[in-house]
Design a protein around this ligand. Structure first.
Ligand code: FAD
Length: 399
């Protein structure tokens, strides 16, 4: 009956839990403001593509799943689709599907910015929506099943599930086979931690802003948090793990992000404010983003393994089109794109590639926005975890 706080080194990183704890308050206050600036709050995405893996993907009729778009005229001119597609046209080595594509270095399918609506992310909190049951379980199960390296016949790369694949009956089967096991290669363990950490962070948001069906009131639900997260300490640990991974990507991108043009109105006021907040985030990332990316993808089959890792994570980004709740799909797309951007920065790009002077078009705006919004979500989860710890302690002292 404990609500334990993890201590010591965070496995497969060079950082410890205490360091992340010590910077998170500062990180959250800066990044929470940052994602409210015009550059970071508008996101364009096509939420209504067909699910490429199965026909019936259901839909969430709960009003909590609904989402409101913003009119293109509200979005600063500079960040509208037409302006962006000019930059996009320069991208080489594109592999296309209708409406989206990937480049060889990408870990995700990206929107090609010609379709899709705009959303103001500050109006779309990630919280309880009521989306659940077999449909939601099927998405999570399929995502965990992508952690299946070395079995090329299992690949969903072409956007179609091969008929011969038999899916395990229950999530427990998948987890028994694919959960973190120290005999597995490092890359497979990292993949699992990334996915399980994302799942845990989404669950934390659901429990932190939960709808009490009886009273109709929103609020934190400690029972939900204990059931879904605290009673599985490794899930909480993977939230920290993902935070360190994202921080490391932001730290590596420091010079690139510092040189980026955030100006949206022409007065340069936004640019100055946004950059000030971003520089604070980068400096925190330099302290706590201690992930050793050079420990992965070494040795004989490194390139084959990396290509497989990339292909599997790209599939995860495509599986998001199968999520039957608009709001969940939006955040699913943003966060898988954000993590994919971090993975690309860590495992694909060297110092030369990251140089803003030689490679100004390295990242699309959508990738930068997704990366920082995803880090915001994880930092917010750690804030929520602290609140749940206090609720737990208060409950103990009142007994
Ligand atoms: P689920 O969270 O569905 O988990 C299924 C099974 O997976 C569990 O029984 C357990 O065995 C295992 N599991 C759970 N967590 C982990 C973990 N961290 N690591 C490893 N294994 C685990 N719902 C909302 O209310 N709001 C949202 O914003 C939202 N966003 C979503 C985004 C995506 C991409 C998806 C796929 C679903 C989303 N959902 C959202 C649904 C939500 O994640 C749950 O599926 C739903 O709340 C039902 O929860 P559950 O308790 O049945 O278990």
């Amino acid at each position: 009956c404990e609500n334990p706080k993890p201590t010591g080194p965070i496995d497969t990183t060079m950082c410890d839990y205490e360091t992340v704890e010590s910077v998170n308050g500062d990180l959250f206050s800066n990044i929470h403001e940052l994602v409210r600036t015009p550059f970071f709050k508008y996101f364009q995405v096509d939420l209504y593509r067909d699910c490429p893996f199965w026909d019936e993907h259901g839909s969430c009729n709960n009003p909590g799943c609904a989402i409101t778009t913003v009119d293109e005229s509200e979005v600063p001119l500079k960040w509208r689709a037409r302006a962006l597609s000019k930059v996009d046209a320069l991208v080489e080595n594109r592999h296309e599907l209708p409406g989206c594509y990937y480049r060889d270095s990408d870990f995700c399918w990206l929107d090609d910015n010609t379709e899709g609506d705009y959303y103001d992310l500050t109006f779309v909190p990630e919280r309880y929506t009521g989306y659940s049951g077999p449909e939601a379980h099927r998405i999570w199960r399929t995502i965990y099943e992508e952690n299946c390296f070395g079995l090329s016949e299992f690949s969903l790369m072409d956007g179609k599930a091969p008929a011969a694949v038999t899916l395990p009956d229950t999530m427990t089967d998948v987890l028994r086979e694919d959960g973190v096991n120290n005999n597995q290669c490092l890359e497979k363990r990292v993949y699992y931690k990334v996915v399980s950490g994302l799942h845990a962070s989404i669950s934390t948001h659901i429990c932190a802003e939960y709808l009490n069906q009886t009273t109709g009131e929103w609020g934190p639900n400690l029972h939900c948090f204990v059931n879904r997260i605290a009673s599985h300490p490794e899930r909480l640990q993977y939230i920290y793990f993902n935070t360190v991974l994202l921080l490391r990507a932001v730290a590596r991108l420091g010079p690139y992000l510092s040189a980026y043009d955030y100006c949206s109105t022409g007065t340069r006021q936004d640019d100055v404010e946004t950059k000030g907040l971003l520089l604070n985030v980068i400096s925190i990332a330099q302290k706590a983003g201690k992930f050793d990316e050079s420990a992965l993808f070494r040795g004989e089959n490194a390139n084959v393994l990396k290509e497989e890792f990339k292909a599997h994570f790209r599939n995860v980004t495509r599986i998001m089109d199968c999520v039957g709740c608009d709001k969940c799909r939006l955040w699913g797309k943003i966060q898988t794109t954000g993590i994919a951007t971090a993975l690309k920065v860590l495992f694909e790009l060297d110092e030369k590639a990251l140089d803003p002077h030689t490679n100004a078009n390295l990242l699309q705006r959508a990738e930068v926005v997704a990366l920082l919004n995803t880090l915001h979500r994880f930092s917010e989860s750690l804030e929520a975890v602290n609140k749940f710890r206090r609720m737990w302690a208060d409950m103990g002292s009142s007994e």
